[in-house]
Design a binder for this molecule. Sequence first.
Ligand code: APR
Length: 242
Amino acid sequence: MPPHHVLVLTGAGISADSGVRTFRDAGGLWEGHRVEDVATPDGWERDPRLVWRFYQERRAQLRTVQPNAAHHALAAFARRLEAAGHEFVLVTQNVDDLHDRAGSDVLHMHGELVKLRCERCETVVEDRVHVDPGRFVPCAACEHPRLRPHIVWFHEMPFHMAEIERALRRCTHFVAIGTSGKVWPAAGMLATARANGATTWVQSLDEPDNLDGRDHWHPGRAMDCVPTMLAALARSIGVPQQ
Ligand code: APR
């Protein structure tokens, strides 16, 4: 039997059960801010103190949250799949480090809160220590007074796109978890996988914009539904459960 290739894309919904707020609440605001003010290069140009404070609060919040059953189930699923000779790729739009802390290798297409990047020399550093919302962190490499969040803002190019597109072309099974299907290019991955002949599995609390009748649809909370959905997917591939 040829190996299967499973590609999983996660979004804010998988971290919601760990207590991290999703992006699009009822008022269309992100933690009370307009997306244009805190998640665009223009917003940073206009008011770097506001943007810095916003991300420093998100960085500090990481210390208070833990991976949940859905993050752990994905990490265990990857280990079983790879042990059986199949390929597994995990891509996340989330900027938290909950997949990493659950033990997954993950491509962060929208960047990572635990990293900062020099806006002048582009040196990237991992920094979990400096979370003071009122104080910028200087660059140790070039002494520029201000690092920026290592986050992909609107109008910027997501990271790892070549690797993600390669995985998308190869995948035999595509799984989307906790993403509203509103933000591109991630929103297009489900339809591309489907068109390439992959079986498609979708888990979320609300029906995403890009859901189709051909998808295996698992509505509900990620921590309840992801472990059972992955068990069903493992069975359909013929991977031992333990
Ligand atoms: N379990 C599963 N799904 C959930 C849960 C939960 N407990 N709570 C919410 N959801 C679902 C919602 O139904 C929604 O479909 O998670 C999705 C969250 O959607 P968004 O907030 O739009 O998050 P996401 O799709 O990850 O956003 C994509 O947009 O703002 C940018 O860069 C940011 O990476 C982000 C991107």
